[in-house]
Design a binder for this molecule. Sequence first.
Ligand code: CUA
Length: 322
Amino acid sequence: MDTTGTFWLPEGASTLSGNVDSLFYFIFWASVFFFILIVGLSLYFIIRYRRRAGREEATSHRGYNVKLEVIWTLVPIILVFIVFVWGFKTYMKMQVVPRDAVEIKVTGRQWMWVFDYPNGRNSLNELTVPVGQPIKLLLSSDDVIHSFYAPQFRVKQDVLPDRYTIAWFQAKRTGTFDLYCAEYCGNGHSQMRGTIKVVSEDDYASFLEGGGAEEGGGGMSLVALGKQTFTSRACHTCHTVDGSASVGPTLQNLYDHQVTLSNGQTITADENYIRQSILDPGSQVVQGFQPVMPTFQGLLSDRQIDGLIAYIKSLSNAQEAQ
Ligand code: CUA
């Protein structure tokens, strides 16, 4: 049950999931038990004492019954007390971060997750963590309220602007797990998804060192690097490459074509326009679109920006350009 999940809960992959799940199932089955008991007895009495022709109406003449009063006062109190103690213990376990935890900064932004690792490396929408080690998440938002939700780890924490929140988990096995935003945060909310990659200690160490292909793109052509960056930096969340508009304008036939900005000005989308749109998106918003794109300043290497520009160029039909 722990590794496959059930109808009610997904796989429990963190050291917290045992505590959370057992409490969940206790409340669940207690609710099922009392639901059946109370509804069942109600139905039974409705049928048993219904009004029937030629029969005197059955009316209870009981006024007060000490035994009943004690039972239906004590049983709920005991249940609530059990749930409180159990819940409080679990809550404290969730709140108190182990001292040896690896700290990762998590930033929510419309509409992506930015992860900053202890050695300065960062990643977008894909959180890589070592298995069997407590991970402390220091969370904040650049704009509106988001919520970091990792169902298999039983972690859900609001991510707020101007204030830090903290969550932690320790993964029990390696693998790839889901990450969602669980707080409605605008048009791209449903796209604000990511993955959590749990890897071995060694793989985590080389991930921190690395960068390699993704960061530098050594050995890769600019277009290939740009195409890869387009996905890894989540540009595809808001921009299509097939001509259809999404949250942002499509990138097909953008390069070297005329663009009308929100201030009415018309410009040609050249390399400098694209570069500025990536680093300072609010400065040149295309007419008809909201100024919602976050800045990618500090999140892309120069070579990745070159790659993105090369990739966007490759999406343009040269014949149509003027
Ligand atoms: Cu971020 Cu919903």
